[in-house]
Ligand binder design. Structure first.
Ligand SMILES: Cc1ncc(C[n+]2csc(CCOP(=O)(O)OP(=O)(O)O)c2C)c(N)n1
Length: 381
């Protein structure tokens, strides 16, 4: 039997070509019309900042300051474009690579690194930011997202006729996750309940060393209609297209139109994580092909063609990125070690006698290692 054809960028929704020319689109032009030069520069700034964060975090891992890091390199347009299309009332369920979305939702990126340093599970307030905790169990959060979306619906926050009241959910996952049962179950639940959820699949073409061609014989977007979920396949390296497509899908969800499956076709330019060596399973020619489709370069070229990217602005953003890198570095190095007993702190919102009893036992147990005359055995009894 023949192999599946290689991944292709044919037939993607695109508003910017890789060399930055604007492509007209009858259905989506109106959705980006309000993005003037300031609006475009804001997208550029966010993409540059988050890329700098990525570089800094990777270096910190190499210096032994982080246990692991998952880079978002190359996926900045998919993340910043889609995140800019959200309202503050929307809720995001990320996997573990959505640093661009975290940043756009106002989460301090140093907080994200507490997780990768292994000192907490992500310390931000998920409700305040509408940005829930990172999930490492592939695809499981698509079910959480769908359940949350059904909750919004049942709380009367969908299709109210008031755009300032309606809310929806976006869940981010990868191409590999689409092979998981959880994602397929979430699509079933979302479809039959008409849940206000946007399934945002960043097809970065690799699930660690497994190419998308070994996960599907058809474009991933084609899976949506089988569940009764309309889908769209967008150029994930085109920040305008991902913005417009996500805005359309969110509007549909918020107004009661139900779920949408978005496949953002992009490329993971870095390694899967700092524990991975991609040279073992992919070619430098492939990496070079995608380097020429860099999402930040694309918007930069577009702004230059418009005559709207001054050298001063580029320098100002570069300085801001340097300052962010320095702050992240300083903060990460200063992060202390939490006490082991802090694991009891966030079990319940209010104190609970069983947890308090377990904490007291644990503290006595830990102290037994330093208390004179008391053996480890003794403290167990
Ligand atoms: C349920 C589960 N199975 C396996 C793993 C191990 N694992 C970690 S990342 C990964 C690949 C995920 O690929 P994809 O969904 O394409 O996302 P990407 O990392 O490319 O963003 C796997 C299999 C896991 N974390 N969870």
């Amino acid at each position: 039997m023949s192999q599946t054809s290689p991944p292709t960028d044919d037939g993607l929704v695109q508003l910017l070509t890789p060399t930055g020319e604007r492509v007209p689109h009858p259905d989506l032009d109106a959705r980006v019309a309000h993005l003037d030069a300031d609006g475009l520069r804001a997208l550029y700034r966010d993409m540059v900042l988050v890329r700098r964060f990525d570089t800094e975090a990777t270096s910190l891992q190499r210096q032994g300051e982080l246990a692991l890091f998952a880079q978002g390199l190359g996926q900045e347009a998919a993340q910043i474009g889609s995140a800019h299309a959200m309202s503050p009332r929307d809720h995001v369920f990320p996997s573990y690579r959505e640093h661009g979305v975290a940043h756009a939702r106002g989460v301090d990126l140093a907080q994200v690194l507490r997780l990768f340093r292994g000192i907490d599970h992500g310390g931000w307030d998920p409700v305040a930011h509408g940005f829930h905790l990172y999930t490492l169990v592939i695809g499981s959060h698509t079910l959480h997202a769908t359940g949350y979306a059904m909750g919004l619906q049942r709380d009367g926050l969908v299709g109210t006729g008031d755009p300032d009241r309606d809310a929806a959910v976006v869940v981010y996952f990868g191409d590999g996750a689409t092979s998981q049962g959880d994602v397929n179950e979430a699509l079933v639940f979302a479809a039959v309940n008409n849940a206000p959820v946007v399934f945002f699949c960043q097809n970065n073409q690799w699930a660690i060393s497994e190419p998308t061609t070994k996960q599907a014989r058809v474009p991933l977007a084609d899976r949506g209609p089988g569940f009764g979920v309309p889908s769209v396949r967008v150029d994930g390296n085109d920040v305008l297209a991902t913005y417009a497509v996500t805005q359309q899908a969110l509007e549909r969800a918020r107004t009661g139109g139900g779920p949408t499956f978005v496949e953002a076709f992009t490329y993971r330019m870095g390694a899967h994580t700092t524990s991975d060596d991609p040279t073992r399973y992919r070619s430098s020619a492939e990496e070079e092909y995608w380097r020429r489709r860099d999402p930040i370069d694309r918007l930069r070229l577009h702004l230059e063609q418009l005559g709207e990217l001054s050298a001063e602005f580029v320098e100002q953003v570069a300085d801001e990125a340097d300052a962010l890198g320095e702050r992240i570095r300083t903060e990460v190095r200063a992060m202390g070690r939490p006490s082991s007993a802090s694991m009891f702190e966030h079990v319940y919102a209010t104190p609970h006698s069983v947890v308090e009893g377990e904490r007291a036992w644990f503290e006595r147990y830990e102290a037994s290692f330093t208390d004179a005359g008391q053996s480890r055995e003794g403290s167990h009894r």
